[in-house]
Each structure stands twice: as structure tokens, then as C-alpha cells.
Design a protein around this ligand. Structure first.
Ligand code: ATP
Length: 236
């Protein structure tokens, strides 16, 4: 397994957001995490990327315990997060934002290769290379955030709500790109409110309810699960 969460709990002060979560992501997989608002999806991502400390449990990545490793060192090991709400640098150009993603790297020719890869995946970013990030549309900023995460050349890409706020046509497009990134060899853990899209694109998925995993299966199994349909797919 590339990533393994073993009985992970996490609290914000007295509020316990995760209650003993266990999940795995295998090399080459797209795994989706679905759940209602406040279920703990973003918190799970923060636990993995190291933005919040665990109160219990362990996280293993690529065979090593990273539970107490600093967030920046996790990036160097190969964990990259494209955060919910994008978090790009508004005053920097598109290209500078992408270059920031590669700031820990020194090999210029590899960085240029990855820039080409990102511009290949997102031609819009290439067209807008010199535009400042803050003046990009919501959808474009979303693409930029994903592109910047890819610039760390991650083994595992954590995507928090990549379809949030996008027009229907762009939603299709971003999911197509996610599949393409995966086919190019990057393992993906995807948090999504858009359960229909996430389940139809993911190899496997977990359902999170109030900080606990209540169900897991292949994307197809969960798409056809009556309780999942009822709660998350808007059809009984
Ligand atoms: P959404 O889809 O609405 O973003 P989510 O599944 O990502 O929801 P989280 O953001 O992980 O949910 O929140 C899980 C729980 O932890 C919620 O009850 C939330 O109020 C609480 N929480 C999240 N961040 C903090 C914080 N910084 N301080 C206190 N409580 C927090």
C-alpha cells in the first residue's frame, strides 16, 4: 500500500472530528472519499498532509511511518495537496504559481518537463501563463491549484473538492483530467461532494459520516448501493 491510515483520530480542541479512521490507497489507484458537509473529509486530508497533528493512530506512506513528520517533509517524500478553496498566490503569475510548486526541487530540466506536462493537461494555463493568479476565474484557479500540486512531482496527489464551484462542463473536464493524471502514473486520493462523478471515476471509495468510515467498496459497488444512492446521489 502506498498510503495507510490506521485508526486515526484527530480533534480540534474539544471537538473530535475523526474517530479512528482506517483506510488504504494502493499505488496507481484513484480512491474517493465521499460524505456530507462536516463529515471530516477535509480533516482527513489535513491529517495526511500534516497540517493538523493526530491525537491517535498512525499514517504510513511508502512503507514509512509519517504520523509525526512535518508537512513540508511529507511534500518532499511525495505527498501533495491541492487544498479546498484553492489557496493559490493571487499576486503571482500563473507561471510563478506553478514554479512555486517546484520550489524544493533543483533539477531544472525535470521542472521544465513537469511544466510542459501541466500545460499539456491544462492548455488554459499555458494561454494565461503571464496573467496574475488572482485575476483568473474560479475554474482556472482550481486548475492552477491542481497544476501547482503536480509540480512537486508527487507519488500521491490529494485533491480536496476539485469540482467545487465549477460549471457543469468544467466539472466533466476536471474529472477527465484527474483520470488522465492517474493514467500518467500518479496515485490520487479525492475528496468530493460530487459523489456521482467521484464514484464513477474512482477505483475504490470510502463513505465518511461524522468522523467515521461507514462503508467502503469499489466505485461501481457504491454507485449501486441503495443507501449511498439515497444519501449522496439524490436518487432513491
Ligand atoms: P465540507 O464538505 O463541509 O468541507 P468536511 O467533510 O470536509 O466538510 P471537515 O472540514 O473535515 O468536514 O470538518 C469536520 C468537523 O470538524 C466539522 O464538525 C467541523 O466543524 C470541524 N472543524 C473543522 N475545522 C475546524 C477547526 N479549525 N476548528 C474547529 N472545528 C473544526
Amino acid at each position: 500500500m502506498l498510503l495507510e491510515l490506521d485508526n486515526v483520530s484527530l480533534s480540534y480542541g474539544r471537538i473530535q472530528a475523526l474517530h479512528g479512521i482506517s483506510l488504504t490507497v494502493g499505488e496507481g489507484e484513484v480512491v474517493a472519499l465521499i460524505g456530507a458537509n462536516g463529515a471530516g473529509k477535509s480533516t482527513t486530508m489535513r491529517a495526511i498532509s500534516g497540517l493538523r497533528p493526530l491525537s491517535h493512530g498512525a499514517i504510513r506512506f511508502d512503507g514509512q511511518d509519517i504520523s509525526r513528520l512535518r508537512a513540508d517533509l511529507r511534500v518532499i517524500r511525495g505527498v501533495a495537496q491541492s487544498p479546498e478553496g484553492r489557496g493559490i498566490f493571487p499576486g503571482m503569475t500563473v507561471r510563478e504559481n506553478l514554479e512555486m510548486g517546484a520550489y524544493t526541487r533543483r533539477n531544472r530540466s525535470e521542472i521544465d518537463e513537469d511544466l510542459d506536462r501541466v500545460f499539456g493537461l491544462f492548455p488554459r494555463l499555458k494561454e494565461r501563463e503571464k496573467q496574475s493568479g488572482g485575476t483568473m476565474s474560479g475554474g482556472e484557479q482550481q486548475m492552477l491549484a491542481v497544476g501547482r500540486a503536480l509540480m512537486t512531482r508527487p507519488k500521491l496527489l490529494l485533491l480536496d473538492e476539485p469540482s467545487m464551484g465549477l460549471a457543469p462542463m468544467l466539472i466533466q473536464q476536471i474529472f477527465d483530467i484527474i483520470v488522465e493524471i492517474n493514467q500518467q502514473g500518479t496515485t490520487i486520493l479525492l475528496v468530493e461532494q460530487n459523489a456521482q462523478q467521484a464514484l464513477s471515476r474512482a477505483h475504490r471509495a470510502y463513505v465518511l459520516e461524522t468522523g467515521r468510515i461507514v462503508k467502503e467498496g469499489t466505485g461501481t459497488e457504491l454507485l449501486h448501493d441503495p443507501a449511498v444512492k439515497d444519501a449522496y446521489l439524490g436518487v432513491a
